[in-house]
Design a protein around this ligand. Structure first.
Ligand code: SF4
Length: 306
């Protein structure tokens, strides 16, 4: 199969766009889609300092690589969840990646700062590890972005992540989460960093192909706690639909975004301004007196106490 843009051999077929690309044209395509998302959705400019949350996996390292290549001012944040060998290896990948490019890397260690890794913490408070992990990561992503004066926090969520999350929310009619499903969550109040998802126009397999052809050294295995996660089931269902009908994921998620925009729905910024206030314990924005992170940590400390 030939590349649709040049005479070289194609390395990836992209049925949803009726195209196929060689290594060079695939790299241009991925960079172009990221640039388009950043500009179209007014995520940030070359004057902004962008903090990229990285896990050591293909998505976040691709995002860091593409933004750095495009000339954006990026730094990385890694939250070490303390999951045995998996965390050690993913942290080593992130350290090697950022050091090779001369990028600033912030590291938050759960075992040092929260006193336990994610699995022990989750056991202490009798919550699923992934639910505790989400609360902890959101807290530290926002904290580091605000404390170090970054204009925006970027995460490596891709089209598959967003479409499967949307499917999960729709299946359960969790409409309260839908206004947070956009690729941009504005810095609506003081102490709340702007959050963006510049990979939302790209499917997981396109990002994986970019990472392989550009020889990015990422951790291939998933977090061990992901086994059995509902999101993997939703991704599998969407992948089967995509195989039968290319473009389904894109039509589902982008269609949702277009409908949301056309209806001029209440934005997260407006909802936040009405509800958020500083947490009495840590000062980060929350809708209650104490934020979920501080409640969780207080419960962990109380359970641990003799
Ligand atoms: Fe966190 Fe769960 Fe994802 Fe692992 S699988 S990184 S524990 S949310």
């Amino acid at each position: 199969m030939r590349c649709r843009k040049c005479p070289h051999k194609a390395v990836l077929e992209i049925p949803r766009h009726h195209t196929a690309f060689c290594k060079r044209c695939l790299t241009e395509f991925v960079c172009g889609q990221v640039e388009r998302a950043v500009k179209h959705d007014k995520m940030f400019t070359k004057a902004d300092r962008v903090l990229v949350a990285v896990s050591g996996g293909k998505d976040s390292l691709t995002l860091l690589d593409v933004l750095h290549t495009l000339g954006y001012h990026v730094a990385a944040l890694y939250v070490d969840l303390g999951i045995g060998d998996y965390s050690k290896r993913s942290k080593a990948k992130v350290e090697a990646f950022t050091s090779a490019r001369g990028l600033v890397l912030h590291v938050h260690e759960l075992k040092e700062d929260e006193g336990a890794g994610i699995n022990d913490l989750a056991n202490l408070i009798s919550r699923p590890a992934c639910s505790a992990c989400g609360t902890i990561k959101r807290h530290h992503f926002n904290r580091v972005a605000v404390e170090y004066g970054y204009s925006v926090l970027a995460t490596g969520h891709n089209l598959d992540d967003e479409a499967s999350r949307l499917l999960g929310n729709v299946l359960r009619w969790q409409t309260e989460y839908l206004d947070k499903q956009g690729p941009v969550l504005p810095a609506s109040v003081d102490g709340f960093a702007k959050k963006v998802k510049p990979l939302y126009r790209l499917a997981e397999r396109e990002i994986a192909a970019y990472a392989v052809v550009n020889k990015l050294d990422y951790i291939v295995e998933e977090c061990p706690n992901a086994v059995g996660a509902k999101m993997l089931l939703y991704k599998d269902v969407l992948n089967r639909l995509e195989a039968e009908s290319p473009g389904t994921k894109q039509a589902f998620y982008w269609g949702f975004l277009a409908k949301q925009e056309a209806e001029g729905g209440r934005t997260m910024a407006e909802s936040d301004q009405a509800m958020l206030r500083p947490c009495v314990a840590c000062g980060q924005p929350t809708t209650a007196e104490t934020c979920n992170y501080c409640k969780m940590m207080a419960r962990a400390i109380a359970t641990k106490a003799p």
